[in-house]
Each structure stands twice: as C-alpha cells, then as structure tokens.
Design a protein around this ligand. Structure first.
Ligand SMILES: Nc1ncnc2c1ncn2[C@@H]1O[C@H](COP(=O)(O)OP(=O)(O)OP(=O)(O)O)[C@@H](O)[C@H]1O
Ligand SMILES: [Mg+2]
Length: 305
C-alpha cells in the first residue's frame, strides 16, 4: 500500500459519513444523553427512593435491573445528574474488573483514591471507600452520596472473592456512615434481579425491597427513540417508515435500543457509501449481514438458554 491508496480509503470513508450531520447521536458509548424518550415512570421510581434523604432517610441499596439496551444506565445517570443539587454521585462501571478486589479498586479510582494491593485486604478497601464518600460529601456540602455500580453482575464472576461478603461489608459501611450523619445510597445496575444471585440471607434481607425493573422497549418506544436520534444525527429528514422498519427488526430479538441505534447508524453508512438516500433496503442489508455473521442468532440462542 502507498500513501495514495490510504488517501483513497480516507475519501471512501468520508463518503460513508456523508449523510450524517452529527454522528455522536448514534454513538452508543456516548452515554450522556440529554434527551430521554419516555421512561418517566422509571425515573420517578428511582427519584422516590433517592428523595427520602430530605427527611433523613436514604435507601441503602437500590437494584435496577432489566434486559440489555432497556435504558438502565442512561436513565440512572440522567436522574443522578439532574435530580437534586444536594445529591453527589459517582458512576462506576465494574465491567473492567475481573475480581471482587478489582471492583473495589475501580470504586476507589472513581472516588479519586489510590488503588490498594489485594494483600492489604478488602476491609481496608471498604474503609477507604467509606472515608472517601464521607469527605466528598463534606467537601462539596451535599446531603446524599449515591454510588452507582453499573454492570453489578461482574462481582459474581469471582466466586473465590466472596461477592456476597463484599456487598454485606458495603452495607455495614453505609450503616456506620449513617450513624455519623452521612447518607449514602448504592444503586446496583444489572441484567438480573438480586434474588437470582447467590447472596447470603443477611444481604437479601437488606437489599430486597427497593427495585426498579426496566421492561424491554416496545416497537413504538424504539421508533420514538430512533426518530429523536435521526432528527439530530442526519443532515436530511429520514423517512419515518425506515425508522419503523429498523424498530421492527430490532424488536425481533428484544426491545434493545442500543441494537436499534447501531442498526440505523450502519444503514446510514451503507447508504452514504452508495451515495443514496437512506432506505429500508440499507437497513435490511445490515440486518441480514448481522444474521450471517451470527450476531443475531447468538442473541436469540442466548434468549432461549
Ligand atoms: N429512553 C431512551 N431515550 C433515549 N435513548 C435511549 C433510551 N433508552 C436507551 N437509550 C439509548 O440506547 C443505548 C442503550 O441504553 P443503555 O446503555 O442505557 O442500556 P442498558 O439497559 O444500560 O443496557 P445494558 O444492560 O446492556 O448495559 C444508549 O445509547 C442510550 O443512550
Ligand atoms: Mg448499561
């Protein structure tokens, strides 16, 4: 390959992007969405659990669960960012951790604390987490600290690390902070309800009652999300029937907004590369190529299992 060949590739890729005004609206890693379509009921349930702080009560553990792409991370982040100025939150995605201790270190990093070595023990890690939350509340003059643990199920991959023990210790730490007048709520986001996880009774009894379930999106919900995104992402209005088609296909697996947004983005790239207006056929091409590569089949098998 020479420089000219690379220039040709760059020009080709520019054409793929020619239909887009701002592609970030179709970027699923860009979680800070300022516009949430629907989901007010879920935001309200969550807010109800959090706002008790005004009367001196913090729900220690809120479980947010539901299928992939149902808007859990987006809605939790949106509520924590916008609900109340007395609320201070940190959002920790545990996906990168491989062990329970790794999860503790990710939390410490998010709290601006140095990581610990596993030889220093989980008790010290939890103590440091508690101290960091307490001093952050004081420093910022806020009333409630919300620790969001996204992809919470990662904890349970580490059987030797005693995930149940870790959660119990976090809850005890919260109780101690409360005695000192520091209110903390943990929001655990995962695909499964807490009852599905192997946790001790003492954890179950402390975590059981505060849950927010995110049901999968309907075709209409997905269409509404796509209409909003398409209006911002493309230079030209997209035919609503194309968006509905995209929503219909995505709903064949389950109502997964992430999958639908991805489908629309790649269909837009295909149309752009052919210098055509975005149409249902571009969506169908991408959908069929996903089917061929097994992405959709895997998802369906996962559902059956
Ligand atoms: N109600 C909504 N309005 C606008 N965009 C949404 C909505 N719900 C989901 N999205 C978008 O869909 C994508 C997936 O949402 P999100 O990451 O919140 O799903 P999730 O339930 O956390 O999935 P997972 O379990 O796989 O982590 C994100 O790009 C998000 O911005
Ligand atoms: Mg998520």
């Amino acid at each position: 390959m020479d420089k000219k060949a690379l220039e040709r590739i760059a020009i080709e890729l520019d054409t793929e992007n020619s239909l887009f005004a701002d592609k970030s609206y179709l970027d699923n890693l860009n979680l800070v969405s300022n516009v949430i379509i629907g989901r007010e009921d879920k935001a309200k349930e969550l807010a109800r659990f959090l706002m008790g702080y005004k009367k001196g009560h913090a729900v220690p553990f809120i479980s947010v669960y539901g299928r992939s792409g149902s808007g859990k991370s987006t809605v939790v982040k949106f509520v924590c960012t916008n609900l109340d100025e007395m609320l201070l939150y940190r959002f920790v995605n545990l996906r990168k951790a491989k062990t329970v201790f790794g999860c503790a270190n990710l939390i410490l990093t998010e709290l601006g604390e140095p990581n610990l070595k596993s030889a220093q023990g989980i008790n010290l890690a939890i103590e440091k987490i508690g101290q960091a939350m307490e001093s952050a509340l004081k420093k910022e003059g806020r009333k409630l600290f919300v620790l969001v643990l996204d992809e919470f199920d990662v904890l349970f991959y580490d059987k030797r690390g005693k995930p149940s023990d870790f959660i119990y210790k976090l809850l005890v730490m919260e109780e101690k902070l409360r005695e000192k007048g520091c209110l903390v709520s943990i929001i655990a986001i995962s695909n499964n309800v807490m009852a599905d996880y192997d946790v001790d009774d003492r954890v179950k009894s402390r975590t059981g009652s505060s849950e927010v379930f995110f049901d999968a999106y309907t075709k209409q919900d997905i269409s509404a999300i796509l209409r909003d995104r398409a209006a911002r992402a493309f230079t030209e209005p997209v035919d609503p029937s194309v968006l509905d088609y995209c929503a219909n296909l995505s709903s064949l697996v389950h109502g997964d907004a992430r999958r639908a947004i991805d489908l629309l983005r790649v269909a837009g790239e295909i149309a752009g590369s052919k210098a055509e207006k975005l149409a249902a056929k571009h969506v169908a091409w991408q959908w069929n190529s996903c089917k061929k590569t097994g992405q959709i089949l895997c998802c369906q098998l996962h559902l059956i299992i």
